[in-house]
Design a binder for this molecule. Structure first.
Ligand SMILES: Nc1ncnc2c1ncn2[C@@H]1O[C@H](COP(=O)(O)OP(=O)(O)OP(=O)(O)O)[C@@H](O)[C@H]1O
Ligand SMILES: Nc1nc2c(ncn2[C@@H]2O[C@H](COP(=O)(O)O)[C@@H](O)[C@H]2O)c(=O)[nH]1
Length: 205
């Protein structure tokens, strides 16, 4: 995306508290992906503040916790050996290496929720989204896009959680992820956290 490109969000919807009830039928697995720093966690946290019933899978990762992150809340923080075991034992629904660390979705918790008839939300990278598409083609894939490339760089840098080297690495991956937007069923543009949270909630239901 060129720095000159600016994008607007496109799905006019009711307020966050007024989303329609889910239709009867099959529970849905929804994957939310998008480049690092676009605002996935921010949007999901905003939505879940108003709707704590929305179940979000907690991934396992070999990444070190950032200040304030707690084991079992943002992630299950594991070492390389533990991650190897999760993979070897088939305990991950999908997994990927992203910018030097590994991340994976614990399979059992997701399947339990789906079997109980509850919708499931995964916040994962492009490689993981592609794996889910292969193994669970009924899943809904949602891409969160930045309003512009410059804004993405601003957000990732402004978050202040990564070194300049890691930011460069994540931005290199971001170019690949942005080029894959067409693989997704829906695109939401994160101009306003409030608006996108509402749009995402409507897609989940
Ligand atoms: N709509 C928005 N407008 C301005 N800033 C935003 C918006 N959404 C998120 N941000 C900010 O952008 C930064 C990155 O957001 P966040 O950590 O949620 O991104 P992410 O997509 O989850 O990143 P990662 O994939 O690296 O985990 C945060 O500082 C957040 O406050
Ligand atoms: N394939 C997977 N990707 C995941 C998973 N959990 C998180 N992620 C993605 O990793 C990057 C980096 O996350 P960060 O917390 O270190 O900034 C981001 O795109 C996440 O969405 C997972 O289980 N599988």
């Amino acid at each position: 995306m060129s720095s000159a490109v600016s994008r607007e969000s496109s799905l006019p919807l009711p307020s966050l508290g007024e989303a329609p009830a889910p239709p009867a039928g099959r529970p849905r697995l929804t994957v939310l992906s998008g480049p690092s720093g676009v605002g996935k966690s921010t949007v999901v946290a905003h939505m879940r503040k108003a709707h704590p019933e929305v179940w979000l899978s907690v991934s396992a990762t070999t990444r070190k916790p950032r200040p304030g992150e707690q084991d079992g809340v943002q992630y299950f923080f594991v070492d390389d050996e533990e991650f190897d075991k999760l993979v070897a034992n088939g305990e991950l629904l999908e997994w990927a290496e992203f910018a030097g660390n590994r991340y994976g979705t614990p399979r059992r918790a997701v399947l339990d929720r789906l079997e109980a008839g509850e919708p499931v939300l995964l916040e994962i990278d492009l490689q993981g989204a592609r794996q889910v598409r292969e193994t669970m083609p009924e899943a809904q894939l949602v891409f969160l896009a930045p309003p512009s490339w410059d804004e993405l760089v601003r957000r990732l840098t402004g978050r202040g959680t990564e070194s300049p080297e890691v930011i460069e690495r994540r931005l290199a991956v971001a170019r690949i992820e942005l080029a894959a937007e067409k693989e997704f069923d829906e695109t939401l543009v994160n101009t306003s956290v409030e608006d996108v949270a509402r749009e995402l909630l409507a897609l989940l239901r």
